[in-house]
Design a protein around this ligand. Structure first.
Ligand SMILES: [Mg+2]
Length: 267
C-alpha cells in the first residue's frame, strides 16, 4: 500500500504554492513620488518660500532646521498655515477668509519663485532616476506619478529635467489637482492604482519621506525608500527597502527581486 500524504500533518505540509495560494503577481508598474524622490527639490522649495515671504514683507524666514521640521506637514499652503498658527499661537481673531487669501497669495508668490529656481537649473533629477525610468519603460513596465504637489510645480521640474515630452513616459499622473488630500492620506495612491487598473500587489511605490511611505502603505503598496538630507532621520521601518544612496546603480532586476521577495513573504 502506498504511503499517503497526510495534509493535516504540519511536518509534511507542502510549502510550494498550491491552489489556495494566489500566483505571485508580477511587477507591472512603478509609481513615483516627485519632490525629494525624482529630484532634490526641497532646497529650491525652501529658497522659494523665503523669497515669497520677503516679497510679501512678512518678516518670516525659514532656516534649514526649521524647514526640515515643517516638512512633516505635507503641502505648501498647509505648511505655511502650520507655521502661521505657531507664530501667532495666541491670536484667535484672524479672519478665516483673510488668512486663506493671504496663504493663497503667498503660495502664488512661492510657486512663481520656485519656477524661477527650476528655470535657472537649480533642481536636477536624482542620480539613477532617469536610467531606471528608461529601463523600466523599455521593459514594458507602466510608470505613474503620485504626488500631492501642484501640477505647475511638477511640469516645471520634469519639463526641464526630462525634456518637453516628459509626460509621454508616465501613463498616469495624479497630483494636487486630482488628489487634494495630502500624504500621508492614501488618496493619491488609491486613485493612481484605480487609473492603472492594477492591484497594489503588482506595483511598487518609490518615495523619500515618512508621509509618503504611510500614504503608499495605506494603499497597500510595497515601498522602496530613497531618503535625502531632509528625510534621512524619518522612520522607514515599514519600507520594503531603504536605499541610502538613492537609485544610483539600481536596475530593474533589483526592483523585481525585492518585489518578488515581498510577495513570497506576505503570501
Ligand atoms: Mg517626497
Amino acid at each position: 500500500m502506498p504511503t499517503l500524504h497526510c495534509p493535516t500533518d504540519p511536518v509534511n505540509r507542502p510549502t510550494a504554492p498550491n491552489a489556495m495560494t494566489p500566483p505571485s503577481p508580477e511587477l507591472r508598474a512603478l509609481i513615483f513620488d516627485v519632490d525629494g524622490t525624482l529630484a532634490d527639490t526641497e532646497a529650491a522649495h525652501l529658497a522659494a518660500f523665503n523669497e515669497a515671504f520677503d516679497e510679501a514683507g512678512l518678516g518670516w524666514h525659514w532656516d534649514l532646521p526649521r524647514y526640515t521640521q515643517l516638512l512633516e506637514v505635507s503641502g505648501g499652503k498647509e505648511r505655511m498655515a502650520h507655521h502661521w498658527a505657531q507664530v501667532n499661537g495666541g491670536v484667535r481673531a484672524i479672519d478665516g477668509l483673510a488668512m486663506a487669501d493671504t496663504l493663497q497669495r503667498l503660495h502664488d508668490l512661492k510657486t512663481a519663485a520656485y519656477e524661477r529656481q527650476v528655470a535657472r537649473g537649480a533642481v536636477q533629477l536624482r542620480a539613477g532616476v532617469l536610467a531606471l525610468i528608461d529601463e523600466a519603460h523599455r521593459a514594458g513596465l507602466r510608470l505613474a506619478i503620485a504626488t500631492t504637489t501642484s501640477p505647475v510645480n511638477v511640469s516645471a521640474l520634469l519639463r526641464r529635467a526630462m525634456g518637453p515630452d516628459w509626460m509621454a513616459r508616465f501613463e498616469v499622473i495624479e497630483d494636487a489637482s486630482t488628489a487634494p488630500l495630502k500624504k500621508p492620506h492614501p488618496q493619491v495612491y488609491r486613485q493612481t492604482l484605480a487609473r492603472l487598473q492594477l492591484p497594489a500587489s503588482a506595483c511598487l511605490a518609490i518615495e523619500d519621506s515618512a508621509n509618503g511611505l504611510a500614504a503608499a502603505r495605506d494603499a497597500g503598496l510595497a515601498t522602496v525608500i530613497t531618503p535625502n538630507d531632509f528625510t534621512a532621520q524619518h522612520d522607514f521601518s515599514h519600507a520594503l527597502k531603504v536605499l541610502p544612496q538613492g537609485l544610483a546603480g539600481v536596475r530593474l532586476a533589483d526592483l523585481q527581486r525585492w518585489h518578488a521577495a515581498r510577495t513570497v513573504a506576505t503570501a
